[in-house]
Design a protein around this ligand. Sequence first.
Ligand SMILES: NCc1[nH]cc(CCC(=O)O)c1CC(=O)O
Length: 316
Amino acid sequence: MTDTPILRLGTRGSPLALAQAFEVKRLLQEAHSDLKDEESVEIVVIKTTGDKIQDRALSAIGGKGLFTKEIEDGLQDGSIDIAVHSMKDVPTWLPDGLEISTVLEREDPRDALFSSKANSLADLPKGAVVGSASLRRQAQIKAKRPDLEVITFRGSVQTRLRKLEEGQVDATLLAVAGLNRLKQSDLITAALSTEEMLPAPAQGAVGLEVRIGDDRVRAYVDAIHHEPTMQRITAERACLAELDGSCRTPIAALAEIEGDELYLRTMLAATDGSKIFTTERRGPISSAEEMGRSAGRELKEQAGEAFFKTLEDQQS
Ligand SMILES: NCc1[nH]cc(CCC(=O)O)c1CC(=O)O
């Protein structure tokens, strides 16, 4: 019997965030006999700025860490021991004293199309309306199908699918991983190939953030760590860091492990799809970080300073 929990997990309260937190709890309980008690691992729901603001595109609100800041505050003030995040939402720079110690095995990193009108982006009727608030998705849609109308579209997975059902849009895109974790993958019309739609850095990966040097907590979380996932997202996030990417910059990156090599594809785009820069790297897994950095530098050079200046102007 435990009076107080042994571990407190901090999470957002969306159905997807909760599903991820319960998965972490289940894995921790499976790995450690002293956590078998129901009360030994407590899930603490924390509302973030990103959850409070529902009426605007995140890119318009700006700022990094919209889905993570308040949860990190909980780590720093000791009210939680572990923050559970979608790694896609975690900024590349973490607050002092915190680290991503652990990642779960990655889910499917692809984006999924939801539509009753077509099974692929290419087959959508001319002029169809696609709802997405992600600049990365908007840019890739516009690059392939300039005739489509892309409208900003936010809310939880449930809200977006309801809007689609109501006919507010002809199609929307969501991460396959989210639907899989919610056990709702049957709602997916089609998963898009990574050639059609390159995913966001770290899409499909769940990460655990802890206080640096918290050996007690580390002893628990180390048992559920998946190193190949960490290697992949290290390369992807290094590219993002090099570009100083926020959710205002359309950036995509996907690293895959092929034998003992890492194969990294990255993309930087103008939001209207008028420019797409891509680069690839192949190298030893141990160079994940440097490969990502170098890919990011190359994208920066390809795009040139004028490109970043234009991005800034578009936002102001
Ligand atoms: N920005 C919201 C967000 N953060 C993580 C996911 C999906 C799950 C994942 O990528 O792990 C989503 C929703 C979506 O893009 O469909």
